[in-house]
Design a protein around this ligand. Structure first.
Ligand code: CTP
Ligand code: MG
Length: 234
């Protein structure tokens, strides 16, 4: 069964601060999106990558892909995204041709995920899991709070046992029909795709993630990403 990847890259990157859309920001001279696309195409199992571009940015992203060296054995499609990550992923799924039974969804904002993590996710879907997420144990203890206005002290409601928590990354891997059904039937705002499959009552499993699969979200993450790239080249 063939594997395709949808890369949502349509976000603005508000938390990163002013500038180009996050996926188009450079990391050591190369756009974050290109790093992310290469990370996915590096897996021999991946034969199609669908990039979901900012709503008015599809032609520019197409040019960007044409201008960078990418593996010959992988096909690329570019489609415009939507207002939310969920809508953007949906746009990518709608563009998937027949013949791909396994679909990965990978944030452009996780440009440095190692290929072993990608292959581990694909392997677990091939082994029969309808949904697979790479994840890591937490370093910080997590508190559930009663949210208050910024700057106001927030009452603690609970402290979930840290050893049972996982911080979830991408690529998340799915049986295609399951993911399509999840996107058709779940309308709540969610922050990852696997939680939509959970809402269908289907099993989701966790496989080991990787420290280098961290999400570039805030300015300090750019510093870390460039340091990781520099270390790889050394
Ligand atoms: N994303 C998307 N379409 C949206 C919003 C987000 O395709 N309407 C993508 C982002 O481009 C990113 C991934 O979803 O690759 C994860 O989202 P996040 O890290 O939150 O990125 P942004 O939404 O761009 O950042 P921010 O929330 O700080 O604005
Ligand atoms: Mg966002």
């Amino acid at each position: 069964s063939r594997t395709a990847v949808v890369i949502p890259a349509a976000g603005r990157g508000v938390r990163l601060g002013p500038g180009a859309p996050k996926a188009l920001r450079a990391l050591n001279g190369t756009p974050m999106l290109i790093h992310a696309v290469r990370a996915m195409a590096e897996s021999r199992a991946v034969s199609l990558v669908v990039v979901v571009a900012p709503p008015d940015g599809a032609p520019g992203v197409k040019t960007l892909l044409d201008d960078h060296a990418l593996p010959e054995r992988t096909d690329f499609l570019v489609v415009p995204g939507g207002e939310s990550r969920q809508e953007s992923v949906r746009a990518g799924l709608d563009a998937l041709p027949p013949g791909f039974d396994i679909v990965l969804v990978h944030d452009a904002a996780r440009p440095l995920v190692p290929v072993d993590t990608v292959d581990g996710v694909i392997e677990a879907v091939r082994d029969g899991a309808p949904a697979v997420v790479p994840a890591l144990p937490l370093a910080d203890t997590v508190k559930q709070v009663e949210p208050r206005e910024a700057g106001q002290p927030e009452p603690v409601v609970a402290t979930p046992e840290r050893a049972r928590l996982r911080a979830v990354q991408t690529p998340q891997g799915f049986d295609r029909a399951t993911l399509v059904r999840a996107h058709e039937s779940v309308t709540d705002n969610v922050t990852d795709d696997a939680s939509m499959v959970e809402q269908l009552g289907l099993p989701v499993v966790v496989v080991p993630g990787h420290e280098e699969a961290f999400k570039v979200t805030r300015p300090l993450d750019l510093v870390l990403a460039e340091a990781v790239l520099a270390r790889r080249r050394a």
